[in-house]
Each structure stands twice: as structure tokens, then as C-alpha cells.
Design a protein around this ligand. Structure first.
Ligand code: 4NP
Length: 169
């Protein structure tokens, strides 16, 4: 991880309707609760759901656990994101590869100096699930949607711990 505290973090999955909007809301909550002033957003590597609200199942399970996804809208990851964000967090390994592919294009077009975003797994700091995927719940059941929230909460707490350590160094 970089030695500077990120100012802007982007959570990325495939469709930006299940995992990454959940990760966005959970990470924002954990940052706010811990007085970390970091902007959080989300995007998808695919274009299938651009402009759509998060999946109704994600919204329902998140709402039951205190997270409001209703105002979010899906968008696709773009080259500009590598300039704007300091840290891009992939929900699974395929997303990670797709993010890296676009990162290479961004660097080619705009140079590595301006494309400052570091790419990591959402779970990178979670000692229990380190660098493991947050499983895609799209074709799953209620339990799979709950697991996404469980794993986003654990990953978010782990990011808070890691970033708090950075601020004390
Ligand atoms: P997400 O889930 O990547 O967590 O938003 C999915 C959403 C849509 C599809 C697959 C996964 N899809 O195939 O449309």
C-alpha cells in the first residue's frame, strides 16, 4: 500500500449493481464513523447496467443492515478514474485484471505520473480473507447477499485499521 492516505477510493465490480455499490456504502460508513475524510465512489468494469439503481436484492439486504443504496446509479470504470482516484479496490480477481488492463491504456494515453491510482483487492487488508474475492451474488440467494455485506464490513474495518496506522506513522 502507498504511504500516503488516499483522498478518493473507488470500489469496482462487474456490473456496479451488487457488490461495489454495497462496498461503497459500507466503506463510506466505516470511514465516516472513524473520522477518515475520504471520498468513496463505485463503478463496474462492464457496461450492462449503466444508469441503473443497485439490484433490488442488494438494496433490501443493505437497508436491513442500515445502509441506503437507493440513490446510487451504475456507471462504468473509465480512464479518467486513474487520474481522479488514489486507490481502486477490485471485488474479485477478474475485476482486478480488467482494471489493470484499463490502467495500462490510461498510462499509455496519459503517462504514469498522472495515472496515480493504485489497484488493490477490496480484501487486501483483511487478515482473515486477505486478497480473496467477494463472491458475486447475482445468481445466488439471500445468504449470498448477506455474505457480501459481511465481507465488505470486515474489509472496510481492515482498511480503517490500516489507514489509521498510516496517519500515526
Ligand atoms: P456485481 O454483480 O458485479 O456485483 O454488480 C453482477 C451484476 C450483473 C451481472 C453479473 C454480476 N450480470 O451478468 O448482468
Amino acid at each position: 500500500m502507498a504511504t500516503l492516505l488516499p483522498k478518493k477510493v473507488l470500489c469496482v465490480c462487474l456490473g456496479n449493481i451488487c457488490r461495489s455499490p454495497t462496498a461503497e456504502a459500507v466503506l463510506r460508513y466505516f470511514f465516516t464513523q472513524n473520522h477518515l475524510h475520504i471520498v468513496v465512489d463505485s463503478a463496474g468494469t462492464a457496461a450492462y447496467h449503466i444508469g441503473e439503481a443497485p439490484d433490488s436484492r442488494s438494496q433490501k439486504h443493505a437497508r436491513q443492515r442500515g445502509y441506503d443504496l437507493s440513490k446510487l446509479s451504475a456507471r462504468q470504470l473509465k480512464i479518467q478514474d486513474f487520474i481522479e482516484f488514489d486507490l481502486i479496490l477490485a471485488m474479485d480477481h477478474q475485476n482486478f485484471k480488467e482494471i489493470q488492463k484499463l490502467q495500462q491504456q490510461a498510462i499509455k494515453q496519459l503517462t504514469a505520473e498522472v495515472c496515480k491510482a493504485e489497484v488493490a483487492m477490496m480484501t487486501a487488508q483483511d487478515q482473515i480473507r486477505q486478497n480473496q474475492a467477494i463472491a458475486d451474488p447475482y445468481y445466488g440467494d439471500a445468504q449470498d447477499f448477506e455474505l457480501v455485506i459481511d465481507h465488505c464490513e470486515a474489509a472496510s474495518q481492515a482498511w480503517v485499521n490500516a489507514l489509521n496506522k498510516l496517519t500515526k506513522e
